[in-house]
Write a protein that binds this ligand. Structure first.
Ligand code: ZN
Length: 64
């Protein structure tokens, strides 16, 4: 089982995907409701944050 497997969105159950910013930082976003984690330098940190559902912001989609 891959350690970077993404769990469904904690808010709506939607599918999550890995996003990458222009500065190469990564975050995990929901394809349905648009909620996301903050950006991390390390992809696995972003995945872990998402999977533990300790999202710093309940909805952090205003950034984009
Ligand atoms: Zn969602």
């Amino acid at each position: 089982m891959k350690s970077d497997q993404l769990k469904p969105c904690p808010f709506c159950g939607g599918e999550a995907y890995l996003g990458e910013s222009w500065d190469k930082t990564k975050n995990i976003q929901c394809t349905v409701c648009g909620c996301s984690t903050v950006h991390f330098k390390n992809k696995l940190d972003a995945v872990e944050c998402w999977n533990q559902r300790v999202l710093p912001e309940e909805k952090d989609c205003t950034e984009n």
